[in-house]
Design a binder for this molecule. Structure first.
Ligand code: SAH
Length: 221
């Protein structure tokens, strides 16, 4: 049963990728990303109450007013990072831990920061129970990043920011990539791909419109 539902989710991601191919600049995602999506039990990351919907291609509530992102968006953001096996990645907004679990299968180490302490505790316990052992987490404001472990090959922000936090730009390695939803509106942001070249110059590309929960505790820098 779960297998059939999972296949339906993978098919839905593939068809949405084809549907949006003009915007995202590709007709299919990296097979390694799709296989991480296929190997991760999304039903274990959503509240029991929603387990029947775990494989729908949509976001779901995870408590504290937060959501687990839509599978297509998780896959797309992961794909945009173009991770390699040796990479170290920083995630801001652990939420359920699902995105961190996907990333952990495609790189060496994931660091993830969650603003809501209760969600951070739940995600930590869940990831440990499921045996993901290359994810380190902490509760706090991800605006400041996690400088002790940086710089990072990839940074992924899964809450909508009004601007790209300066500390995160500083903690991105030359040659590294960042994906972040940027926008003032609660219901609409632009998913941006930020690339830092070997000289530290940034280039920013708009990918497509998305709807994330707001970034909390933003600062002005
Ligand atoms: N990646 C998550 C999606 C989480 S939704 C998943 O796979 O389930 C976004 C999360 O970002 C929420 O849990 C929210 O509490 C968190 N968040 C919002 N602002 C934050 C901040 N400044 N620092 C860290 N986490 C933040």
């Amino acid at each position: 049963m779960v297998k059939r539902q999972l296949q339906r989710m993978l098919d839905a991601i593939e068809s949405e990728v084809r549907f949006t191919s003009n915007m995202i600049g590709k007709k299919a995602l990296d097979p390694k990303v799709m296989s991480a999506m296929s190997n991760t039990p999304r039903e274990k990351f959503v509240p029991k109450f929603y387990s029947d919907y775990a494989f729908d291609n949509g976001p779901l509530p995870i408590g504290h007013g937060q959501t687990i992102s839509q599978p297509y968006i998780v896959a797309l953001m992961t794909d945009l990072l173009e991770l390699e096996a040796d990479d170290v990645v920083l995630e801001i907004g652990t939420g359920s831990g699902y995105q961190a679990a996907i990333l952990s299968q495609l790189c060496k180490q994931v660091y993830s920061i969650e603003y809501v302490p209760e969600l951070a505790d739940m995600a930590k316990a869940r990831l440990k129970k499921l045996g993901y052992n290359n994810i380190e987490m902490k509760a706090g404001n991800g605006y400041d990043g996690w400088p002790e472990h940086g710089p990072y090959d990839g940074i992924i922000i899964t809450a909508a920011a009004s601007h790209i936090p300066k500390p995160l730009i500083e903690q991105l390695k030359p040659g590294g990539r960042m994906v972040i939803p940027v926008g003032q509106h609660h219901m609409y942001q632009e998913l941006q791909l930020v690339e830092k070249d070997e000289n530290g110059e940034l280039s920013i590309k708009d990918i497509l419109g998305v709807a994330f929960v707001p970034f909390r505790g933003e600062r002005n820098d």
